[in-house]
Design a binder for this molecule. Structure first.
Ligand code: UDP
Ligand code: MG
Length: 251
């Protein structure tokens, strides 16, 4: 069973069409799948659009009574997805992550990886329509990641488009099994999960992502004033706690 988790905050404009596209792509290759839409306290028609889609597609709805943040939306989505899924894919509901990649990500998981990242910085990946400052941000995080954390196979440390094998995800998110991630409520949750996976020495791979920010109709919800300190403290904590993963012959 493949579970696709979509955190959605005020994404009514593109959600209906995106759910159709995901279904078309996945149904062609996978026998059993579901799409878990996490409505993170939207004030637009997101809920109504998801409910209408659920009448014709395998869509399951999780609702937050108010906006709790990207990290909380992921957490609620994971809880639902882990009830059934062997593979859990997360992608943005803002139409910037083309669902066509899901199948090659699943293939890479089946080759023996536990986590596959759709990466802007893998060879063949790029960004379309991303504001300069946002480009700088993801590149800075990638640079710090490459220098400080050096996770084998990883170039994009902040992409929210990922496929997880459920056994790894359960170890990361279920408190009975491990650290109970994500603790971060906002955007830093994505990095937190990646650093958690690396600490478990999970095999991680990337596939190239063409990030279509030009298709995004909603405004980005990333608030730097809130997110940056969270990113910094998370990186600092991990840099102190976990020694970098070496791949050389001295191990
Ligand atoms: N999102 C959410 N709750 C929030 C903020 C964002 O569920 O409080 C969702 C949003 O609808 C999108 C994803 O999380 O599907 C990532 O947010 P966004 O696309 O705005 O961030 P960006 O891609 O610009 O970093
Ligand atoms: Mg987005």
């Amino acid at each position: 069973m493949l579970s696709v988790v979509l955190p959605a905050y005020n994404e009514a404009a593109c959600l209906g069409e995106l759910l159709e596209r995901i279904s078309r792509v996945v149904a062609a290759a996978v026998k059993e799948y579901e799409i878990v839409v996490v409505d993170d306290g939207s004030t637009d028609e997101t809920l109504a659009v998801a409910e209408a889609a659920a009448k014709r597609l395998p869509v399951r709805l999780v609702r937050h009574p108010r906006n709790l943040g990207y990290g909380r939306a992921l957490r609620s989505g994971f809880e639902a997805a882990l009830e059934r899924g062997d593979i859990v894919v997360t992608l943005d509901a803002d139409d910037s992550h083309g669902p066509e990649l899901i199948l090659s990500m699943v293939e890479r998981l089946n080759e023996g990886n536990d986590l596959v990242i759709a990466s802007r910085f893998a060879s063949g990946g790029r960004e379309v329509g991303v504001p300069r400052f946002r480009r700088l941000l993801s590149r800075s995080a990638a640079l710090v990641g490459r220098v400080v954390f050096r996770i084998p196979g990883v170039r994009d440390y902040t992409s929210g488009y990922r496929a997880y094998r459920s056994s790894l995800l359960a170890r990361l998110v279920q408190p009975a099994e491990g650290p109970g991630l994500p603790g971060e409520t906002g955007f830093a949750a994505g990095l937190e999960l990646l650093l958690g996976a690396a600490a478990l020495r999970a095999p991680i791979a990337e596939v190239p992502l063409v990030l279509r920010y030009d298709r995004k109709q909603s405004k980005s919800r990333l608030q730097l004033r809130r997110a940056l300190p969270r990113y910094f403290s998370l990186m600092l904590r991990h840099a102190v706690q976990t020694p970098p993963v070496h791949t050389g012959t001295d191990e």
